[in-house]
Design a protein around this ligand. Sequence first.
Ligand code: SAM
Length: 200
Amino acid sequence: MIRIQNILVSPGEGGVYNERMLEGYRVWDPYRSKLAALYILGEGVELPKSMRVLYLGAANGTTVSHVADYVETVYAIEFAPRPMQDLLEVARRRKNVVPIMADASRPEEYAPFVEAVDLIYQDVAQPDQVNIAERNLPFLRPGGWLILMLKTRSVDVRRDPKEVLADTLTELGRRLEVVEVRWLDPYHVDHAAIVCRDRS
Ligand code: SAM
């Protein structure tokens, strides 16, 4: 990942969300993007130019736009109409973003439009986050990556976040190798980033 004066940046055209520019690069704000927080607090997954990404929970395209600055193609899934409008604007200016209005828990609806990908990135803040991730695993190429941003309060607001994380890791560990787990505070409270890799 590119850093300037130790600040995480991406190499694209600015003006997506009033982000600061630094020496011609876009500052990637960890308070606005959980993925940026992961790169600052931990390792994450490299984003080479050749990479294809399936992004679940694209919202208005803030993080999508930074990922698209690095990789070949981002298939961006979002089901809410309002953020979709902003996402379409991001896609208009970045030809490697494929916006798809669909429910990430129904991947059969967008399967005809999505190729095999190297990384599934999921940030949907739903109770059934693991189930949604598992349904999308058929898109992952052998040896590919999953980054799941777990919002523990969305799973169960009454339970201890650490317990929710432990259960989530057990479930994901049945299908994938868990390689990194990182709480994202102070940038995002009660959120954990889970990085997994396909075992095959
Ligand atoms: N990843 C975004 C970013 O960093 O810019 C923020 C994502 S926001 C926390 C969660 C988004 O997931 C919302 O826009 C919501 O509409 C979307 N979402 C939730 N459940 C979804 C589903 N089943 N299918 C598609 N989108 C979903």
